[in-house]
Design a protein around this ligand. Structure first.
Ligand code: NAD
Length: 350
């Protein structure tokens, strides 16, 4: 699977050329209510080679990342005459690009799609790499495909309207890229005085290069690509559990806690030295408001973890860091070891 080309900043001219040079029967923009309002006008204003198009709007939010939403989209495509030469342009955050990619890669056995990410998280992570899909009864990304978009068009101008809480959520995946692959990237991000969209924009490409480098080595996640899941085994469980409450965490917020607990686990497994663990803890603490995890939830969280796609047989497999900037994968951990990591995290939080 060849990685999609990523274009940065001058995206309208690239898209314009693509629309001019490529044949497609019908064109669909997939948006949610936020990207319809904030982002679509910005994009359309600069396109000269745009003929007829349709807009498909979905409701934003992880709770809508379901097969029901995709089914409604498949029906809408059918009613609006989409065929195998249809082109779909996904304009939105990671929920939308994950779902839009899945919708397009399965409709009539696959139509072409372009991702235009509009959140920091989708720019640095979700929109590239070819993974897409939906959640199943709260279980994260259980159904999906590996299909590359035609291209990914990234323009930080979209971030101007993004909620600061969402910016910090996206930063979580950037910090992950540093922790698993490049200490300098981690240092650069942690040392910033402000963690707003403007300050983070110069580091977006560094994160994208890391993600692409890892995906290129192992597009179908048979081995090395699993390092991108650092923080996600526990983070996804926390996210799934929180989605059942009235105050759900954002994806990146859950992944921050997941990375911290998995850093403690890395230390317990004699991988991560104490000085690096301290640096990881202090780095996250300087950026995020953190709180303890209620251990009464631990059985539920284990339940979610048992569905993790990296597991083989009964072992829960983790990707764990052995220093800042380096990660190992397929590290099997027992329930007791995982519980101890939660306890160590809670003790550190105090
Ligand atoms: N496929 C992958 O490799 C991969 C990697 C990481 C994360 N993910 C997935 O990404 C999802 C999280 O993505 P996310 O954090 O982008 O969340 P999101 O897609 O829910 O977007 C967050 C919110 O921001 C709004 N929004 C989007 N762009 C905006 C803009 N420019 N201005 C104002 N509001 C805007 C959206 O409407 C939404 O309300 C999760 O489902 C996660 O599983 C996928």
């Amino acid at each position: 699977m060849k990685a999609a080309t990523i274009h940065f900043e001058v995206i309208s001219s690239v898209l314009d050329q693509y629309l001019k040079n490529n044949r497609y029967s019908t064109l669909f923009f997939l948006v949610d209510e936020m990207t319809h309002f904030h982002c679509l006008p910005l994009l359309l204003a600069d396109l000269d080679h745009l003929d007829a198009y349709e807009i498909l709007e979905i409701e934003s939010g992880e709770e809508h990342k379901t097969i029901e939403t995709v089914k409604n989209l498949w029906l809408a495509l059918t009613e609006l005459g989409a065929d195998r030469d249809t082109l779909v342009i996904n304009l939105g955050g990671g929920v939308l690009t994950d779902m839009g990619g899945f919708m397009a890669s399965t409709f009539k056995r696959g139509v072409k799609f372009i991702n235009i990410p509009t959140t920091l998280l989708s720019m640095v992570d979700a929109s590239a790499g070819g993974k897409n899909g939906v959640d199943l009864e709260g279980m994260k990304n259980m159904v999906g495909t590996f299909t590359q978009p035609e291209m990914v068009l990234i323009d930080p101008k979209f971030l101007k309207t993004l909620d600061p809480r969402q910016v910090k959520s996206g930063l979580a995946e950037m910090l992950k890229h540093g922790l698993i692959y490049d200490r300098d990237h981690w240092d650069n991000l942690v040392q910033l005085l402000q963690h707003d969209a403007e300050s983070l924009a110069p580091f977006i490409m560094d994160s994208i290069f890391i993600k692409q480098a890892v995906v290129d080595l192992d597009p179908y996640e048979k081995g090395k690509r699993k390092i991108l899941n650092f923080g996600h085994t526990i983070g996804h469980a926390i996210e799934s559990e929180s989605l059942e409450t009235d105050f759900p965490l954002l994806h990146g917020e859950a992944i921050v806690i997941g990375m911290l607990i998995e850093a403690f686990l890395s230390h317990q497994k004699n991988l991560l030295p104490t000085e690096d663990l301290v640096e990881v803890c202090e780095g996250f603490e300087s950026i995020y408001a953190l709180s303890a995890i209620d251990l009464k939830l631990f059985p539920n969280l284990m339940g979610w973890m048992k569905h993790d796609k990296k597991n083989t047989g009964s072992a829960i497999n983790f990707s764990l860091i052995d220093q800042i900037g380096q990660c190992q994968f397929n590290i099997a951990c027992t329930e007791n070891e995982i519980k101890e990591a939660f306890e160590n995290y809670n003790e550190w939080i105090g």
